[in-house]
Write a protein that binds this ligand. Structure first.
Ligand code: HEC
Length: 165
């Protein structure tokens, strides 16, 4: 009964494209990404992550140990079309998003790191940041300083991995 538009396998033009049910608090993100990312509450976001909807994005083939400079554990990164297909320069468009699966020592996913571009501009608070490991929430806010402090050193607008492969 939980109809998260990720269930259907058709990517044609279904008639229910989730037209910003939030009433315009954010300017209709990810129209082309197949599903809006529900960042409003932690429960909604966790449910969406759990659904695996992001796995239809461009994803790394397999989990890898963290890369130099990374504050994360072993992980696998996916990016949505708004991020991955924007090859320009400067800030990414609103709706750009990345999900990183975080792995524990036994190779199981035990958390997620997520960011979503929520407004235009180049500042850290133009991104919503979320990270949960097990049940402990590391960050969940626009401009979370822990995340921004490191990601502000990324090559373009806080994004390290623009093309997962
Ligand atoms: C100490 C530096 C550092 C901190 C702190 C940090 N990150 Fe990252 N993050 C990285 C690096 C480097 C990568 C890319 C390589 C990797 O993770 O293996 C990355 C990758 C990511 C990715 C995948 C997309 C990308 O840009 O590569 C997401 C999503 C992400 N981080 C979210 C977060 C969130 C949310 C927080 C705050 C809770 C956070 N990060 C804190 C360094 C950091």
């Amino acid at each position: 009964m939980d109809d998260t538009s990720g269930g259907g396998s058709s990517s044609g033009s279904p008639s229910a494209p989730q037209a910003s049910p939030d009433g315009g608090a954010s300017p209709g993100p990810t129209g082309d990404a197949g599903a809006a990312i529900p960042i409003g509450t932690q429960a909604e976001l966790d449910a969406w992550l759990q659904s695996g909807a992001y796995k239809s994005w461009a994803c790394e083939a397999a989990a890898h140990d963290r890369r130099p400079g990374s504050g994360h554990s072993r992980n696998r990164i996916c990016v949505n079309p708004a991020l991955g297909q924007d090859k320009g320069a400067g800030p990414y468009p609103v709706g750009a998003a990345s999900v990183k699966e975080l792995y524990d020592g036994s190779g199981a996913v035990n958390g997620y790191a997520v960011y979503v571009k929520v407004k235009p501009g180049a500042a850290g608070d133009t991104w919503f940041w979320y990270e949960r490991i097990g049940s402990s929430v590391v960050a969940r806010s626009e401009g979370a300083s822990l995340c921004v402090g490191c990601h502000s050193g990324a090559p373009r607008d806080h994004v390290f991995t623009a093309s997962p492969q």
